[in-house]
Design a protein around this ligand. Structure first.
Ligand code: ADP
Ligand code: MG
Length: 451
């Protein structure tokens, strides 16, 4: 066995070549080669990135991939932590290495699980998230427990985890003596189950019941998981009785959380329930502007590009950030300025989904034209084989290219039954398997409809 540092550089060599062989030379050279292995503390491997930009990119695109590679090489690695060069803890740091069993429990281990970017300062506030933001600030600053629990809920990618981390960071700053545990419900379950397996539920209970602040992210995960839920509920009650702060997040409000016992669900809603609504155009603008300002000065993102992105990518903040990153990375790789038409080109696949509202009417018109039949015939009940084929293909495309339900599609085909539509979809699917000319018809039509 070599020295630990030798092992580390050897591990890193092997991880790099594994990455390159699956992801290709380009991504390897641009994003992975600039990284350096830092230290290993407990199960956490530090990787140093030379710039914040590279760090963000790797974190957004390759973190899971890298973790999987490392875990394949060394199963003891539990997490990867990316830091900007110089920010990594050294081997002689006074921070004790977390032991395997209590990775989440020691206070120092807390920061290993918090994303340094997820702070209040980096959170852009708008109408849709102002209540959640205010509540999050309040619980992190309050001297005494203000509302218990704080329950944050909202759809995916809208900032729940960001706010949870921001609360934890702020508590560390304002009340450094408080013991905080932050973990996902999934981890909570995992730790509970391994405590049972190791016949050591006592220390598990003790650990979670002796904190000042318990934060559990994505509690919907323990829906239907009875024994974990039971344990969670005991912990919950014990902490509430001791006036300790509990902060939870979920993708639904307590009353909509299915798979939870009624008594648990109702208690979850006892404190303050704050929901994060889908983003508005203004908020998206604000988030993009804030992100653009943090880019290196040579990367200028013009205002019209920011507006374009805010207007066209309206799902969630994660996708919005991803889109901006893609445009920026593309510009820096090919050395071009960022423009709207360039963004359109780089994000073609994304924009197609959000941008073009494909309608059943358009599909019908184009299918009639393609198969050279009259639109009125396509919408009729005529059964000649040309007309029936055009109609069935149009039904098939209406189902696969729009989000309309079968009954709705039936109605728009002059009041056909939903079973007729379903039959058409199945029929076209099975016929296309056998007929390459039908496959081609469908491909041409699709392209034409997507514009
Ligand atoms: P959730 O946990 O609700 O699925 P996250 O907290 O992981 O969502 O947010 C997804 C991404 O969007 C993160 O990178 C986060 O920093 C960013 N984000 C979400 N909301 C905001 C906001 N209001 N301001 C700045 N960044 C945000
Ligand atoms: Mg989350």
């Amino acid at each position: 066995m070599g020295s630990p540092s030798q092992n580390l550089s050897d591990l890193w060599e092997r991880a790099q070549s594994s990455f390159e062989s699956t992801e290709g030379y380009g991504p390897y050279k641009n994003w992975i080669a600039p990284l350096k292995p830092g230290n290993k503390l407990g199960g956490v491997l530090f990787l140093e990135a030379p710039t914040r930009f590279i760090l963000d990119w790797v974190a957004n695109h390759y973190q899971e991939k890298l973790l999987a590679i490392f875990q394949g090489l060394d199963p003891k690695i539990e997490a990867i932590k990316l830091v900007v060069t110089g920010d990594a803890p050294s081997q002689t740091s006074p921070t004790p290495a977390p032991t395997e069993a209590n990775t989440d429990a020691t206070e120092d281990a807390l920061t290993l699980h918090l994303d340094p970017r997820f702070t209040f300062e980096n959170f852009v506030v708008g109408k849709s998230n102002e209540l959640a933001f205010a509540a999050a600030q309040k619980v992190s600053e309050a001297k005494e427990v203000a509302f218990n629990p704080l329950f944050l809920h909202g759809g995916v990618g809208l900032g729940k985890t960001h706010l949870m981390h921001a609360i934890a960071w702020n508590i560390k700053k304002v009340h450094p003596d408080r013991v905080v545990i932050y973990l996902s419900a999934e981890k909570f379950m995992y730790q509970f189950i391994s405590a049972i397996r190791q016949k050591d539920t006592f220390s598990f209970k003790d650990r979670f019941r002796s904190v000042d602040v318990l934060m559990i992210d994505d509690v919907q995960f323990i829906a239907g998981k009875e024994s974990t839920q039971e344990e969670f509920f005991h912990t919950f009650n014990a902490l509430i009785d001791q006036k300790k702060q509990i902060i939870l997040s979920a993708d639904k409000s307590p009353s909509d959380l299915s798979g939870f016992e009624e008594r648990i669900r109702s208690r979850l809603g006892w404190g303050l329930v704050a929901d994060i609504h889908p983003t508005t155009f203004e908020l998206r603008l604000g988030i993009l502007q804030a992100k653009a300002e943090k880019l290196p000065p040579e990367t200028f993102v013009p205002k019209d590009v920011i507006e374009f992105l805010a207007g066209h990518i309206n799902t969630n903040v994660r996708e919005l950030e991803g889109a901006l990153n893609r445009v920026v990375a593309h510009a820096s790789l090919v050395g071009r300025n960022i423009t709207v038409s360039m963004a359109q080109e780089v994000l073609r696949d994304l924009l197609r989904v959000y941008d073009k509202q494909i309608t059943i009417e358009d599909i019908q018109k184009k299918a009639a034209h393609h198969f050279n039949v009259k639109l009125s015939d396509l919408l009729s009940s005529k059964r000649s084989s040309e007309i029936a084929l055009a109609r069935q293909v149009a039904m098939y495309l209406s189902k696969t290219m729009t989000s309309n339900s079968l009954p709705e599609i039936g109605r728009r085909f002059n009041g056909k039954n939903h079973t007729t539509v379903l039959h058409a979809v199945k029929k076209i699917e099975s016929r296309a398997k056998e007929s390459s000319s039908l496959q081609e018809d469908i491909a041409v039509l699709k392209r034409n409809i997507q514009g």
